[in-house]
Design a protein around this ligand. Structure first.
Ligand SMILES: Cc1cc2nc3c(=O)[nH]c(=O)nc-3n(C[C@H](O)[C@H](O)[C@H](O)COP(=O)(O)OP(=O)(O)OC[C@H]3O[C@@H](n4cnc5c(N)ncnc54)[C@H](O)[C@@H]3O)c2cc1C
Length: 345
């Protein structure tokens, strides 16, 4: 059986590797080179506890999260499976695993809207892992898809003293937009590097000038004289593109809109959906792929969406109250406290 995978991000690489390791003939199309032009804070949140430590690219385990809402909270995250990763190295490793299993990886080979029809005809199954823009959906010309809910982001890679964030990361919620800004250190040293970004998760996000906001944030955090090494931005899908199976095409990762509506993290879902999509093809049950995925993540999706809506309605005071409850119930295990706070909300 011949499989085409469009996109060499985490979702596509895992899907391709899983399919090839089980004997399928896989070709992966990637528009750039693997690991190039990544848009990400590079925090890996394995909140479902499925993956454990990533196999490569780990910079450090995040032991503490500094949450600033109205007040500052220090959350012990040592049991939450959160890792800072270097996605370039991680994706290179995943691509080597896929290659070793026999995947033909075609780099610098963008798939255009026109190519989609050919690929769909030439391969038995297509896995669309092309990220937030989901080329197979574009090819269907489905305008409804473009009205999906997105977060808009802007992120700088900064060089300077991040020693104060050793083994930790910082997230700050502010009252004038639904979303947050983050400081995720890649190297927490006096000559360190961090991803510093802002994500607006709901309207009126189009009224937020991200560039002005990030300048303000740099002053607020006393980072304004740090070196800006790179800036990037992009959309994060906050709404799923169900159904995930369309003719012979399966949507995975951001293409399926699987990032968290609560915090925008999507790496865990990219891996899970990529793997399940490939396995469903192997078992001859692609029609069950979406159902099986939902089975695994149903509480996560329901609670995160619920929280998103309540945050939207009641603002950051609601978020602060929930965090306090989670800290109270989760004195020994924050994950359990968080779940209880979510359930009782
Ligand atoms: C600023 C920002 C910060 C983020 N921070 C985090 C974070 O800290 N933690 C977290 O978990 N998530 C984060 N996310 C979300 C996370 O990046 C995504 O959820 C994740 O990358 C999804 O993986 P994917 O494989 O589905 O898609 P992607 O990683 O987007 O990979 C898609 C791949 O497809 C390729 N491609 C696209 N179109 C085509 C085409 N037409 N032909 C061929 N190839 C194509 C792309 O080049 C890319 O390599 C962040 C997102 C943004 C924008």
């Amino acid at each position: 059986m011949r499989i085409a995978v469009i996109g060499g991000g985490p979702a596509g690489l895992v899907a391709a590797g899983t399919a090839a390791q089980n004997g399928l003939e896989v070709t992966l199309f990637e528009r750039y080179r693997i690991g190039e032009r990544i848009n990400c804070g590079e925090g890996f949140f394995d909140l479902l506890g499925i993956w454990g430590r990533p196999e490569a690219g780990v910079l450090f385990q995040v032991k503490e999260i500094l949450f600033k809402i109205n007040n500052l909270y220090r959350v012990d995250s040592s049991r939450l499976n959160i890792w800072m990763v270097d996605r370039f190295n991680w994706q290179h490793y995943l691509s080597e695993v896929a290659r070793a299993a026999g995947v033909k990886i075609l780099e610098e080979t963008p798939v255009s809207v026109k190519d989609v029809a050919h690929i769909r005809r030439d391969f038995d199954w297509v896995i669309d892992a092309s990220g937030v823009s989901a080329i197979s959906l574009k090819a269907r010309g489905s305008t409804g898809e473009n009205r999906r809910r997105y977060a808009v982001t802007l992120q700088y890679r900064l060089e300077g003293d991040f020693s104060y964030l050793k083994d930790s990361m910082k997230a700050v919620l502010e009252p004038h937009y639904q979303g947050y800004y983050w400081i995720f250190p890649k190297v927490a040293a006096t000559k360190g590097i961090a991803n510093v970004g802002i994500g607006c998760f709901s309207y009126p996000s189009e009224k937020i000038d991200l560039k002005k906001e990030i300048t303000r944030i740099l002053y607020q955090e006393n980072l304004h004289d740090y070196n800006i090494l790179e800036y990037r931005g992009g959309r994060i899908p906050l709404q799923q593109a169900s159904p995930f199976l369309r003719d012979n095409t399966l949507l995975v990762g951001d293409a399926a809109g699987l990032a968290s509506p609560l915090h925008g993290g999507g790496l865990d879902m990219a891996l899970l959906s990529g793997k399940l999509a490939a396995l469903s093809i192997l078992k001859g049950t692609p029609h069950l792929y979406e159902q099986q995925l939902r089975q695994k993540i149903k509480h996560k999706i329901v609670y995160e969406e619920k929280f998103y809506q309540l945050w939207r309605r009641y603002g950051i005071d609601f978020m602060e109250k929930s965090l306090k409850s989670a800290l109270f119930w989760g004195r020994r295990n924050f994950r359990k406290g968080l779940l209880k706070a979510l359930r009782t909300t």
